[in-house]
Design a binder for this molecule. Sequence first.
Ligand code: 5GP
Ligand code: MN
Length: 328
Amino acid sequence: MINDLLEEIGSPETIGISGHIRPDGDCVGSVLGMYAYLTNAYKDAKIKIFLDQPPAIYSYMKGYDEVDTTFAYPGQFDVFIALDSGDVERIGDAAKLFLGAKKSICIDHHVSNSGYGDVFHIEPDASSTCEILTRMFKDEYMDVEVAKALYTGIAHDTGVFRYSCTGPDTFDALSRLVKYGFDATKITDETFYQKSYVQNQLLGRTLLESIIFMDGRCIAGYVDRKAMEFYEAKPSDFEGIVNQLQMTKGVEVAIFMYEIGTLEFKVSMRSNGKVNVAEVAEYFGGGGHVRAAGCNMNGTFHDVLNNLSLHIERQLDALEEKDAQAPV
Ligand code: 5GP
Ligand code: MN
């Protein structure tokens, strides 16, 4: 647990910041929000950001152009901070910098995070890493740049304040952020709702070819390598597809996957509450949250589905058994 972030960081000369591979809104928001905040708090420190190339939609954030995508750094950091990443492997090539730092700090909200680094702060009930940071940051070093970045992360991880992870603390954090005065609607419109033509084509195609099974309680769709190459699709182009699949009436679990290598898929799962998809993902070496999780899996689309549905069905059956035994 971190009580006072700046006290924990101390007075370093060098600070490194990173987040998970294929960064999403909460990852980019927390990393760049942290960068903007620490630049205000430590005027003389050298602060570096290491991250996979964030999508251009986030280029309005301070520090976007400072992102180092090479992960090359010759020295040792005094302090290195990993954000929004459930395990140290998920920060990719930044792991060696994190593990080699004099002090490593992890701040995250994934239920699957068992803690890594010298100091870790994990709030599995927080909607987003950006919500945690909003509570940690002091007024003194906050400004509109920090606020914009953190607002973006909270908006993304809550599906614009809609998912069940959204709670009173989320709105408290938001209320503090919007007081800095920025165009909040523009941020959600341009980074969350708006899709490129290709993204919409991929969404349409996936919905059209999706299959439902387990008596309509499960839905799955995927994009293979051939289609990815045809559309020149990047991983960030698939964001939101699994959520649209999840909006199918009667569905308990939605699965979306895309091929990242020969017979290797990146899997995204969403649950409407009954199934703990973090548990399923963790079984296959991934992780995430109870209602949103992911992992990498090998095999054909149908192999992967068979393996996943076994675990999903087991959870649903256990629930039904419990319901049947419950006194009426
Ligand atoms: P998404 O489906 O949006 O990619 O991810 C849903 C959630 O699961 C996110 O919080 C994400 O960080 C987490 N997640 C996705 N894939 C993996 C994975 O391979 N390993 C771990 N530990 N977490 C993952
Ligand atoms: Mn997050």
